[in-house]
Design a protein around this ligand. Structure first.
Ligand SMILES: NC(=O)c1ccc[n+]([C@@H]2O[C@H](COP(=O)([O-])OP(=O)(O)OC[C@H]3O[C@@H](n4cnc5c(N)ncnc54)[C@H](O)[C@@H]3O)[C@@H](O)[C@H]2O)c1
Length: 276
């Protein structure tokens, strides 16, 4: 058995929500670099244009589609058009997500973690709660639903949901709507995996720890924040989008055929506790 062949995604039709930045862009880049046809779906038309042009200039088969994952008819159209353009939809990354704003702690790491009044539960507004659930949970549901419509008849598919370490570990610096949405997305992944397993479709999740992306206005680019977090991470460094590419390729490829309903944490050991 030639195991390298099992990682072949050449010719696969792929959609990635939140594909114009950070982890979604990394998923799109690695799949396209291995010969897949990739549609990046994002609400940010400017970033989408910039990155699709850059990747097309490298000779990669990448197209962009502007859609908001909270606008389900527009999302359906973007995914239907991608499947039509390629004549197939093999892989869907349900990835678009936002930061929920302040939690009840004001700092991510360090000895002093003062409570922040603004982040207290009593002050959590409906708007703030619903906005996060709408994107980080309902958007995942709508993306997966649209993808399965194309995958089930072909009896093949790879669905990969971006959850978070925060789906299973409570972190007070993160607004609780995010924790609830990610935990919901994680269990939705289990339900989908069970339903579609008999149709050759797998559904798994990638749960990142701390990655340097543009989420939440790009606070992860702050070197002081990175150093403070890296201290607590057993591997003593934060993650970068390149760190996630091999896992994304594995879960998108035939190599992961017999794995479904699993959430794979990629966090440098952060979820295990503090080592030194
Ligand atoms: N960066 C981390 O440390 C980290 C950790 C755990 C989980 N995640 C998850 O990874 C996923 C990707 O986040 P990222 O860190 O790459 O952030 P990012 O901000 O760099 O990228 C997210 C992309 O999603 C797009 N987006 C936001 N709302 C959208 C909407 N309504 N419709 C369509 N597109 C929308 C943004 O325009 C952006 O291009 C998210 O689900 C996030 O919760 C990130």
């Amino acid at each position: 058995m030639n195991v390298s062949n099992r990682f072949d995604v050449n010719g696969f039709g792929v959609v990635v929500t939140g594909g114009a930045s950070g982890l979604g862009l990394a998923y799109g880049e690695v799949l396209a670099a291995h010969g897949a046809h990739v549609t990046l779906i994002d609400v940010d038309a400017v970033a989408l244009d910039q990155h699709t042009t850059r990747l097309q200039d490298q000779g990669l088969d990448v197209r962009g589609a502007v859609a908001d994952v909270t606008d389900h008819p527009a999302l359906d159209r973007a995914i239907d058009e991608a499947a039509e353009a390629y004549g197939r939809l093999d892989v869907a990354f349900a990835n678009a997500g936002i930061d929920p704003g302040v939690g009840f702690f004001g700092a991510w790491a360090g000895d002093t973690r003062p409570r922040v009044e603004e982040g207290a539960l009593e002050r959590y507004t409906d708007d703030r709660w619903n906005h996060v659930i709408d994107i980080n949970l309902n958007g995942i549901f709508a993306t997966v639903r649209a993808a399965v419509r194309h995958m089930r008849p072909r009896r093949f598919g790879r669905i990969i949901i971006t959850t978070s370490l925060a789906a299973t570990v409570v972190e007070g610096a993160i607004g609780s709507s995010y924790l609830a949405a990610k935990a919901g997305a994680r269990h939705f992944m289990h339900a989908v995996a069970l339903e579609v397993a008999a149709y050759g479709i797998t559904c798994n999740a990638i749960a990142p720890g701390f990655f340097v992306t543009n989420i939440g206005g790009g606070h992860a680019h702050n070197r002081e924040v990175q150093a403070a977090i890296a201290k607590d991470i057993p591997m003593h460094r934060v993650g970068h989008p390149d760190d996630i590419k091999a896992l994304a390729l594995f879960l998108a490829s035939p190599a992961s055929e017999y794995i479904t309903g699993q959430e794979i944490v990629i966090d440098g050991g952060w979820g295990l506790g503090i080592a030194d």
